[in-house]
Design a protein around this ligand. Sequence first.
Ligand code: ADP
Ligand code: ZN
Length: 598
Amino acid sequence: MTLDAALDLLRTTYGYEQFRGQQAAAIEAALAGRDALVLMPTGGGKSLCFQIPAQLRRGTAIVISPLIALMQDQVSALTELGIEAAYLNSSLSVEQQREVTRRFAAGELQLLYIAPERLLQPRTLEYLASAEIALIAIDEAHCVSQWGHDFRQDYLGLHVLKTHFPDTPLMALTATADERTQREIEYRLNLLDPLRLTSSFDRPNIQYHVSIRSDARKQLIRFLAQHKEDSGIIYCLSRKKVESTAAWLVDRGIDALPYHAGLSAQLRQHHQQRFLREDKVVIVATIAFGMGIDKPDVRFVFHMDLPKSIEAYYQETGRAGRDGEPAVAHMVYGLQDVVRLNQMLGDSPMSDQQKQVERHKLNALLGWCEVTDCRRQALLGYFEEAAPGNCGNCDNCLAPPQTRDASEDAQKFLSAVYRSGQRFGAAHVIDILRGQASDKVKQHGHEQLSTFGIGKELGAQAWQAIARQLLVQGYLFNDFEHYGALKLTELSRSLLRGEATFTCREQLAVAPERQARSAKAGVSDADRQLWEALRERRKQLAQERDIPPYMIFHDATLMQMMEERPRTLQALGFIQGVGATKLEQYGEAFLTVIAANP
Ligand code: ADP
Ligand code: ZN
């Protein structure tokens, strides 16, 4: 079978013009009956890689997915496209399950989604193997890896697939897998000479910003003022902070909803549904929120606290802009985060070795926060990917930070740490430097130290920045065996002796966001009316059908309708994202709206 049929399907059913990245190669492999390992970043378009061969090969495609919510989402989206799909999981009644099995046996299904534990029941395996299977797709394949960050016991059993379905092509798909995890996936799934398709991890449409926390809420509200039209996620470290931040935002007229593991399942479900189905809803959440959220038009992710690692940061920010439209990832952080995360690590039941790995990852993230060159380059570098040059779409590229030689300040700080006995945290050391005779200073007689008051020329914040960067650059460390006291390192001696220089970035300046934000933010007043009308119609249709609006059409599709103002079904059919089934279902409704808003 050739790729022509696949391209045909892409155009008629999905309404898209071209394959993206490695999609064509993945589809070709499946059509040829070859196993494949497909690595694509979030939003890269993994689903099409198996959905299209599922429709072109004989039999039903089995899709293994770990998350019930995700299955439902994909099946609804496929149904909207006029593709026969169903899922089998514990959320279905016995009746409903029977109906799905009937459709499967009758050969009516093009795709069947199933959870691994269900698939692996001997009865299910036997029954599936008795029918014709087009291919087996294993979504979130990194869950099979014990080295990955999301291991699931159930996935381990999937090694039997090759035995039960020796002639069926397997396709493993994931958005996160380093070299080692890739090899482990291939091994554990028994993939046979798989075609390995890797893609860049870059998410060029996401603009990265990091700033120092001064007044986090003020910073947040200023940020939100630029995103009034947008849906987004705000991440906080603790449940308490989630609750208080959400309540505070609601008081300021923002449609903010809390989400964390301490809320009832019902309330969480309700908030998630509102986020998926309504416009301009902001979710304030702990990292409990996000897995299985496929909402394509999340326009921003705001971190109120530092994540645990670059991997976590990449995954959390990756939930923005899946639709490829401009999106922003903004983080505020401060010295307290470093102390708190280190403290949490210290208290956790992990082995010492694991703690060391985690600490290393935290330091890598801190180092990244303080970089003065292109953030994207540094991020990709961490994932061992070379980037061509400055991206022009991160804070450092948009407003290059100032750096200065701060060796002398660093010496003062290190001396104050040394003279006070390496037993205190940054706040106390800064009091000493600035000549503040606090109770604690007096209690320890530190106003007698030679370093008392030698740093009056800098404010407390500037000293905090120096402390943070000394930590990040390894001139100091937090000793958590001793209440997080700052201690000198081997490196600090060379600085104290004047044999090394310490370059420090000036306070992270707040780079303005580039104006090329979400497409809809650029809607002119003249178009505004039509834009709102199109969205309103989409919302009504979505409500009638009990699905999220983006499953009807994406924003980008509505944008194009607004720009081209098609008058006929045929013209409407040329717009990206309008496939045959959707044209038939919704074409007239949207043409009516366009005609009514000239
Ligand atoms: P992933 O699973 O890799 O995160 P999805 O499969 O959900 O990504 O696809 C992300 C978005 O990109 C979806 O809205 C999808 O419709 C769209 N998309 C996928 N392939 C194409 C394509 N070839 N052209 C245009 N849009 C595409
Ligand atoms: Zn950049």
